[in-house]
Structure formats: structure tokens, C-alpha cells
Design a protein around this ligand. Sequence first.
Ligand code: ADP
Ligand code: MG
Length: 672
Amino acid sequence: MAAGGSTQQRRREMAAASAAAISGAGRCRLSKIGATRRPPPARVRVAVRLRPFVDGTAGASDPPCVRGMDSCSLEIANWRNHQETLKYQFDAFYGERSTQQDIYAGSVQPILRHLLEGQNASVLAYGPTGAVFSTLFPGKTHTMLGSPEQPGVIPRALMDLLQLTREEGAEGRPWALSVTMSYLEIYQEKVLDLLDPASGDLVIREDCRGNILIPGLSQKPISSFADFERHFLPASRNRTVGATRLNQRSSRSHAVLLVKVDQRERLAPFRQREGKLYLIDLAGSEDNRRTGNKGLRLKESGAINTSLFVLGKVVDALNQGLPRVPYRDSKLTRLLQDSLGGSAHSILIANIAPERRFYLDTVSALNFAARSKEVINRPFTNESLQPHALGPVKLSQKELLGPPEAKRARGPEEEEIGSPEPMAAPASASQKLSPLQKLSSMDPAMLERLLSLDRLLASQGSQGAPLLSTPKRERMVLMKTVEEKDLEIERLKTKQKELEAKMLAQKAEEKENHCPTMLRPLSHRTVTGAKPLKKAVVMPLQLIQEQAASPNAEIHILKNKGRKRKLESLDALEPEEKAEDCWELQISPELLAHGRQKILDLLNEGSARDLRSLQRIGPKKAQLIVGWRELHGPFSQVEDLERVEGITGKQMESFLKANILGLAAGQRCGAS
Ligand code: ADP
Ligand code: MG
């Protein structure tokens, strides 16, 4: 594997890409840098890559179903209306003639610079696997890895990043830089270390700052591209690759290459920064009804789909601003927690194929890509102080060794710090201010906090030395503590908000449960209306009138159980009087079946607009239903609605309750 182009050339390209990104002249829309101290948002960027026909010809029997319109948009035939096309707009569209260098320079290279700012970045290659009797290789691995002749994103990014870190970390520069790599795969919801395959399933954890960690994952230092290849090539052979009926070379696991850039400041205040780059070749999305998978393959495919399905749910939750984002529901999303709606600059490259027989897979991939485009990240700089700069805690450990050992244990950088500053004499205003000048390179906000703490201590008549007069190392420890407490408070605030939202949702549910649904025991075909009559009678009333008109009534109103009153006639209905009554309805099985069938037909054939005509279905749910249908095919029963992300079992029941009678009645009217 070798990335093409000379080093000089690459450096020029990187500089140009960064300049274009900064000036906004790049083809991708860039986030605006706000003036607030909150990290500026960076929308997940989405590029679509259309691969060429694999045999190089577009044969008349299978003309392409996708057409690029410009560098950002494409159109695809509309299967519902052949006169129309569906148009999609992305941050970038790469047509079948685009080269590996086009994709790299246009969409990946510009985000690499953020790693040296201590921020995270991720590149995900997404794409479908295909349907039964046909193979679909949309080009995910080609995009990420490529071949020796056409190296992909991974070798190009590594080559540039290593070059950049060598330059930035050279002797005499303010920061020392080091790069490490880890390589893992997520296979059947297990995290496997490809650099150490014997290590088994690893756990994913989150530290108090929200960073995602995998304790025990191998981390190899790399300082040259040869180092990288030495670890990467044998590890790639450890990847779990299976053969399905549809795709002989289908990679059935998500492959994740993690490259960390660690920076340590050579002089005071000895900051350290860490930037993580995830390069991910996702397993293809599969539809088991079409792949013919069985046994282990079905289980594998289920696990792959779980991860991708949850990825879709995460994207939807982020788009809708829901308080709970289900990152923890799959390993992939847990790992990507700080890349999607988190702290990273992310780019999703959706790979699609031009062949008409993959039309449905292509539409699904495009729909997923379009949804991902709306996700907003908030990248921030992952910066802290180097442990040795945090003074007393570390020092005391070293002091335990005695003076000579302690000196040996100290690194050369620590030697530069020298002994702690002598205790300042107490507190005149000018004496207090002088240490500030030595801290001039620190974050002003941190100093402001320190000053207010100082004032607080002084106002409480603290016996101890004022903070700004304490030795430098202790000040650093105090500042670090303040910073950590701030983060902890932020985290608790977020948690509190989540809990409040949960409570509200629970209350709403309880309220709903308080009035048992009119059609809850669907399977029994006898239903109890326990809602206040004022609301619940709306639909039954139409039916009652219908019943009165028809001798073969299919709906019978039975006596009110709660108050042992019998409804004699419709005229006897007096809303005020009966506002709290509960009635039992008996509905003919045929009528219910009609209602269910009508709902099913609408779910499978209705447009988003048709769906909105149903009770309890707003524009968002209608979109979710249409999206699910496009991804998974038709609903086989109305209860499948519960499988649509964003629709709970309770909502499904209440939806049925609200619609089934109305539609059944419509069916009768229509039939008569
Ligand atoms: P996937 O990983 O999505 O299953 P691959 O990347 O393995 O698909 O692609 C299968 C084959 O198709 C590769 O061997 C590659 O030669 C070819 N291919 C894919 N995308 C392109 C492309 N954009 N240009 C040229 N060849 C491609
Ligand atoms: Mg592949």
C-alpha cells in the first residue's frame, strides 16, 4: 500500500484544503464560528459517492438509475411516479469518474487539521450490501482502503497526518507530538482488537469528560507510514469476512481504525491535547428478507442491522432534539457517541451503485445519508495539563523514592519547571497581582474563576494563603479541580434535564393509562370504552347512528358496567350527565378486520400526506413511517408500526384505538 503523490505535493494540497475550509471557499458548507464560548457547531458533513459500473460499461439492458446534477446534488428515478425524479442535495457528490484523490482532498483532508487542535474527527463509509441473487459492492472498502494502485482515504490520511505531526513536533517547536493507532472490529456486537485478536470482547466506557474509551485496546506508537503498515496489514487479515449468497466478499463487521494524536507542550504551562481520528468501514446494511440468510449468517446480519438500525435511531433522535439519544443500544453507536452529535468533525461517505437492480438499496442509503446531514456536532478542544505539571500529587509519590530516585524519575521537561515557587508573602493587592503576570498565557476565563475564588476566600476570612499567592504547582492543582468541578456540574445539569424529560413523558403515559384505550383488547374483539364520553364517543357515535339505520348492526352498545345503567336509546345520551360514563362496545370481527386492513393499506401505500390524515399521526411520524417502509419493505401487520423508530408500543396501541373504528366505519359506508 502506498499513497501516491510527493510529500511536497501533499503538503501543498493540505495547506490549500485548510485555507479553502477556513475561507469557506471549499465545496462543502462550513459552520460559522460563533463569538460565544460554547463550542461552535459543526454539522455532520455528508458526501455521496457513485461508483462506476463495475465492468466499465453501462449496457442498454441496465442503464444507470442515478444521475449527478452538480458537485453537490443528484437525482434518482421516482418509483412511485415515473414522470418525476427524486432530488437529493449533499455537501458533496462524487460521480463515477471521481478519483480517490478527489474524495480525499474534497472531503477528508480538510478535517485533519482539527486533530492538531486537540479535536476529534471521524470518517464513516456507509452503503448497502444488496439483495438476493445480485451482488452489491457499492465501494465502501474501495473508498476507505483502496488498492496499491488507487490508495483510499486511510493510507492518504495516515501519510499526511504523520507528515504533519513530524513537522509540527520537530525540535524547537512548542509542542511534542506522538501518534498511536488502534484497530478494532465490531462483529456481532462484540468489540474485537484486531491488533491482538486473542483479547476477546472489550468493553466501551466513558470518562467523566464524556470521552469514549476502550480499556485494554492495543495502542501502537507509529512514527512513519512503514510503522503503520507493519501493524495494519497483518491486522487487516484478522478481519471477520464471511460469504453470503449475495456478496461473496461482503465484510460482515464494522472495521474501525483509531488514530490518536497526542500533543505535549514543551514549556509552561505544559498543556496536553489529544485528538482522535476514527476511520470506519461500516458493514453493509442488509435486508434479511431478500438476502436468504439463515442460521449464523442470519444472526450476524441481525447484529449488523441492529447496529445500523440503532445508528438510524441515533441520527433521528439527534435531528429531533430528543432528550434521550440511544447511543448505548449498540456497540457501534456507543463508540461513535463522541463522533455523532458529540465532539467530532464528522464526515459520512455514502457509497451507492448505478445499477437499476439496486434501486431500492440505493434509495435507502440516500435517505439515511439525507437524515445524517441534519446532525449537529459541537467539537471542542480536548486539552488539560500534563500530569507532571499538576505538582504535589505526583511529586509526593516521587518523593517517596528519595531524592536521587526522584530525580531519575523526573523527565527532562519536569526539570525545567524547577522547584516550587516560594510562598508569597501575604496579601497586598500588588503582591497578589504579580503571580498573575506569570500566568498570562493561561485561559483568561480560568484566571477569572481563580480570582473570584480568591475573593470568596478573602471575604470568608480564610486563614490560608490567598490562592494567587500559593505556589504555582498548587495553583495548577486548584485550577484543575475547578475545571473538573465545572465539567461535573455541566454533566449533572444535563442528567437532570434528561430525568425531567423522562418524568414528563412518564406522566403523560400515566395520564393515558388512566383512561384505558377503547380498543385495547383487540384480540378479544370486545372493547371497553373507558375514556370520558365527551372525547371517546366521537367515533362510536357515528357508528351508533349507523347501527340505528341498519338492522344488521355490527356494533352493539352494551350496558354501562360501572354504574349499572342501561342505554335505552341514542336520544337518552346527555353529554353533561354521562360525561364520566364508560360503555362497552361489541364490534363484529369483520368490521375490525376491515379497519385493520384499511390501516395496513394506508401504511403500505399511503404517502406522507395520506398518513397525516390518520389520527395521532403528525408530519414527523408520517415521515418516520415512510422512511421505515423504504428501508424495510411493506408492513406485514399493523402492529409492525411499533418497530418504527420513534413510535412506542403505547403510541401504536393508541393509534390503532383512534383509527380502527373510523376506518372500519368508512369501509362499511363505502361498501354500502
Ligand atoms: P464494498 O466494500 O462496499 O462491499 P468494495 O469497495 O469491496 O465494496 O468494491 C468492490 C469492488 O468494486 C472493488 O474491488 C473495486 O475494484 C470496485 N470499486 C468499487 N468502487 C469503485 C470505484 N469508485 N471506482 C472503481 N472501482 C470501484
Ligand atoms: Mg467492503
